[in-house]
Structure formats: C-alpha cells, structure tokens
Design a protein around this ligand. Structure first.
Ligand SMILES: Nc1nc2c(c(=O)[nH]1)N[C@H]1C(S)=C(S)[C@@H](COP(=O)(O)O)O[C@H]1N2
Ligand SMILES: [Mo]
Length: 386
C-alpha cells in the first residue's frame, strides 16, 4: 500500500530540470530548499478521528495508517473468541466426523496433512466491523493452508438426507435458552452445497506457520467469501444433519434485523449473517514532498473499481493494485490528490464486477437495519492538511 519509495518526487525533478534548462536564475537557497524537500521522507498524515484507544488492545484490530503489506502479518491479525480462547495440545486433539455419513471417523493432524494440501489467501472480516464508528480494523488478509473440506466430506460419504454441515469448536459457554441453562460449544453450519465449494478448507497453517492458539490451533474452518463468524476455530467435530442448524451463532446472535419496504408497506426481516458484503476504506493519506496520495483497500466481492470523493468534488476512479481479480482477497487501491490546506472529508466506494456499488452511509438498506452486523456503508474520514 505504500507508494514507491522514490526519494525525489518526479514533479520536483521536472520543475527544477525545466527551470535549469530554460536558463532561469535559481538562487542557491532555492535549490537547497528544493533538494531538501525532495529527500524528505514520505509521511502518513494522521486522520482527524482516531480509532477508540480501547478497541485496539482488546481484539488487536488493524491500525489502517500502519498497514503496509498486502498479507497481514500474523501478529497484526484481529481475533475474536466468544467463549474465551482455548489452548489445545495437539496430542489431546482429534477431529471427529459423524452424523449422516457412511464412514464416520476421527482424524489426527497428521492424518489430515497426509491429504492433498490446499492454500488460499482470504480477507476475513468480522461482521461486526464498522458496527461502531471507531471500530474499523476487524479485518485481515492472510494465507491459509490445509485440506479441502470437500475431500474430507467425500471420503466420509455424505448420506442422501445430509443437507447441513455443522462445525463445532472446542470453546464452550453457558447459555440461557427458553428457561434452560445449558453448556454448549461454539458452532456454526454451512449448507452441504456451500460446504462442498472447493475454496473451503480445514486449515492448520496461517502465513506459513501452525495456527496460533488465538486463531484456532490446531484446526479451523476457512470459508472464503463468508464473514468471520463462519470460520469456526478450534474445530473438534463436523456433523452432517438432515435439517437446518439453529444454534446461537446462526439464529439468535449474528441475525440482521431490517425493515424492508415492499409496495409501500414495511416488512421486517431477520437474516443469519453469512456471506460477506462489499466494503472499502480509505486507509491513509501519504504526503511525498508536496504531492499527496490516498491509499485504501476494498474487499467482500469481486472488486472491479473503487471511486474516491473529496469534500463535494466529483467521484474519481482510483488505481487498483495488489489483489485485483481475486474475489476472496482485498484489493489495494490508491489515487493522487491535489491537496489544499484545510480540513477535508475523504470517502471511498467499491464497485463489484456486476456493477453493484457499496451503499452510501444513508442508504435505506443500512438506515433501516437495527442490528450492528453487516455495516458496510461508505466510510468518510476527515483529515487536516497544513
Ligand atoms: N470456535 C470459535 N470460532 C470462531 C469464533 C469463536 O468465538 N469461536 N469467532 C468467530 C468470529 S465472530 C470471527 S470474526 C472470526 C475471527 O477469526 P480470527 O480470530 O482468527 O481473526 O472467528 C470466528 N470463529
Ligand atoms: Mo466476528
């Protein structure tokens, strides 16, 4: 995301070269000043609104102004654990596959590693990201490795009435359900069709290393194209069932409540958070000498374009960079900006390959949403140029 580290901005060279070629008198002090400006380090100009100081510590969210590699270093990845963060010894662990399969069984990590290895780079965003104005860094782009879920399911032999694949984590908590106090494990499901997508893997590795405890050691689901919640960590059991699964994280939490308008009437809908939504953020403004550039990222869809608007100016097309063309990773983008002194508002919007535009913050789909998940509206950030 950093612009090229060119010590002398091109414009400066051209201005000086042009003046010299034209034989104009340049005082030595002007040359010296120009030379100094040319060698000034490029600098990130901080946004006016700072992320809430507490949030970064608690879940290790990204600080966008510091993002400078397309792959998120593992120690900068945010993490979420609804029932804490279990520490599992590999020797005490195996993966069970059961329910409506012909060949139920258990696998050690070595058993899984013996199968064909599959890698995927995937931008995983928490569906709660952007749910509060200051909470904007719960997203990471990492390289995961493991085995295809489809291979494991095919080997187990899914029976004809198996339509739902439920993933259970080792983490558990106490829940009050209609007057019952029960202890239950974190669990999420995918339909069999979604689970058989060749992109979905059971991952034991991230960025070339075994999973850290916080990210699901020894094994987790990685479901590219889905929000974070679908990517079950500390996986211990996969179960095939003949009906929809309605656990807490499918059907009580992570449910989006929205008023939809239909023929002048309001219809309230509740939908389970699942597939990712298109999103983008302006990440940072970089000054290099006296030129400025806005850098950002877009994800959650097959990104075809990103447009940027400053204050009341026109929407301008950004240049897409790394990640372009892969629907499951973020795409970095940047755009030059002729910045003038004063306070400015910068907003970006991503557009997917089908022409769908990331919704404006005041889009009725967002305004009429009463829960905080899936808040993917255009993000406006303020900056002060001196
Ligand atoms: N077992 C288990 N898996 C889980 C969760 C959890 O609480 N328990 N949280 C989910 C949520 S809400 C998110 S956003 C992602 C975050 O993945 P990360 O912690 O590796 O960044 O994990 C998902 N998988
Ligand atoms: Mo999440």
């Amino acid at each position: 995301m950093m612009s090229q580290r060119n010590p002398i901005p091109r414009r400066q060279v051209l201005i000086q070269g042009g003046a010299a070629a034209a034989g104009l008198a340049i005082l030595p002090t002007d040359i010296f000043r120009g030379w100094l400006a040319g060698f000034e380090q490029e600098a990130v100009i901080p946004w006016v609104e700072r992320p809430h100081p507490g949030t970064r510590e608690r879940v290790n969210v990204l600080n966008w102004e510091e993002v400078d590699s397309w792959i998120t270093p593992t120690d900068q990845m945010f993490r979420v654990g609804h029932y804490g963060s279990p520490v599992i010894a590999e020797s005490d662990w195996n993966l069970e596959i059961g329910g409506l399969v012909d060949r139920p069984g258990t696998f050690s990590l070595a058993d899984l590693r013996a199968r064909p290895r599959q890698e995927v780079v995937f931008t995983l965003e928490c569906s709660g990201n952007r749910g509060r104005p200051s909470f904007i860094g719960a997203v990471h782009n990492a390289r995961w490795a493991g085995v295809r879920l489809a291979d494991v399911l095919t080997e187990a032999g899914v029976q004809e009435d198996g339509i739902e694949v439920v993933f259970f984590g080792a983490d558990e908590g106490e829940e009050e359900i209609r007057g019952n106090t029960v202890t239950q494990n974190f669990a999420r499901s995918l339909s069999l069709e979604d689970a058989m997508d060749p992109g979905v893997i059971l991952a034991w590795e991230v960025n070339g290393e075994p999973l850290p405890n916080a990210h699901g050691f020894p094994l987790r689901v990685i479901a590219p194209g889905w929000y974070g919640i679908a990517n079950v960590k500390w996986l211990t059991r996969i179960e095939l069932r003949d009906r929809r699964f309605m656990g807490k994280f499918m059907a009580r939490d992570y449910v989006t409540l929205r008023a939809e308008e239909r023929d002048g009437a309001t219809v309230w809908t509740e939908t389970s958070v699942g597939r990712a939504n298109i999103n983008s953020v302006p990440a940072k403004v970089i000054r290099n000498g006296d030129s400025h550039a806005i850098h950002g990222a877009a994800w959650g869809a097959d990104i075809a374009a990103v447009e940027v608007r400053v204050d009341e100016g026109p929407w301008r097309a950004a240049t897409l960079g790394e990640g372009q063309g892969d629907p499951h990773t973020w795409t970095f983008w940047h755009i030059d900006w002729d910045a003038t002194p004063g306070r400015h508002r910068i907003v970006s919007r991503a557009i997917d390959a089908d022409g769908n535009v990331q919704p404006a913050a005041d889009d009725p789909m967002l305004v009429n949403k009463r829960t905080y998940w899936e808040s993917n509206g255009q993000l406006t950030r303020s900056i002060l140029i001196d």
